[in-house]
Write a protein that binds this ligand. Structure first.
Ligand code: ZN
Length: 212
C-alpha cells in the first residue's frame, strides 16, 4: 500500500551526491549488491571443531569469525558492508543472482551473513555509524532505487517491497509519486521503481539464467 509520505521530492534524489554515489565506496564499503562472496565454503576453525565434536552445526558467532580470521584465515579478503544499508542480503550467490533474504534489523542481517555467507563480509563492529557511512549509504540507496537497480535485480528469495524497516520501499513510493506528478521526471527516469510482482526463482530458472 502506498504510504502518505510526501516529504521526499525530486530535489532529494536528483543531486550530484546521489547521481555520483559510489558502490562500493573505498572507505565505507558496499551498500547494496551484487556483493561478492570472495570465500565461498569458508568456515572458521572454531565452528569446524564444534561440528567435529558434536556432529551438529551450531550458530556462528561474531567471535567465531574473529577467531577464524586469525587461526584459519580465508584465502581472499572479506568485503566491507556499510551499516547504512537496505536490510536485504545482497550477496551474489550465482552472479548476478543475489540472496534476497530480508530483515528488519541490522543485527538479524549480520546473524544471517555470519551463518549463511561466513566468508563474504567482515564483522561489523559495534562502533556507531560514521557521517560517511550514513551519507554514502543514503546516497547509494537512492541511486540504487532511482536507476532501477533494485527494481530489476535478480534474487533467489524475492524480497518484494523490501523489509518493512528499510528505506527502500519508502524511496520507491516517493519516486513513483514524483513520476506521476512530474512528466519531465517520468520521461527521464521512468515511472516504476518498485519490483514487479514475481515469484522466487526455481532451480530450473537458475539453470536457465546461468545458461546451463
Ligand atoms: Zn543471504
Amino acid at each position: 500500500m502506498e504510504t502518505l509520505d510526501l516529504s521526499l521530492t525530486r530535489a532529494d534524489f536528483e543531486t550530484p551526491e546521489v547521481l555520483n554515489a559510489c558502490n562500493p565506496d573505498f572507505l565505507t564499503g558496499y551498500v547494496h549488491g551484487p556483493i561478492p562472496n570472495n570465500n565461498p565454503g569458508w568456515l572458521p576453525l572454531a565452528v569446524i571443531d564444534r561440528v567435529l565434536q558434536s556432529g551438529r552445526v551450531s550458530l556462528i558467532k561474531a567471535s567465531d569469525i574473529t577467531d577464524g580470521l586469525a587461526r584459519n584465515p580465508p584465502a581472499n579478503p572479506l568485503v566491507t558492508l556499510n551499516k547504512e544499508n537496505g536490510l536485504v542480503c545482497d550477496i551474489a550467490i550465482y552472479d548476478p543472482i543475489m540472496c534476497g533474504m530480508s530483515f528488519n534489523t541490522q543485527a538479524q542481517l549480520r546473524k544471517h551473513l555470519r551463518n549463511v555467507h561466513p566468508g563474504a563480509t567482515a564483522n561489523i563492529t559495534s562502533r556507531p555509524k560514521s557521517t560517511a557511512d550514513i551519507s554514502n549509504g543514503i546516497n547509494s540507496l537512492k541511486l540504487w532505487v532511482l536507476s532501477g537497480g533494485w527494481r530489476d535485480a535478480i534474487y533467489m528469495y524475492e524480497p518484494g517491497r523490501g523489509p518493512e524497516k528499510s528505506v527502500i520501499g519508502r524511496y520507491c513510493d516517493a519516486l513513483e509519486r514524483i513520476s506521476r506528478e512530474d512528466l519531465d521526471f517520468a520521461h527521464k527516469y521512468g515511472t516504476q521503481f518498485h519490483r514487479r510482482p514475481c515469484r522466487s526463482l526455481s532451480a530450473s530458472d537458475i539453470e536457465e539464467l546461468l545458461g546451463k
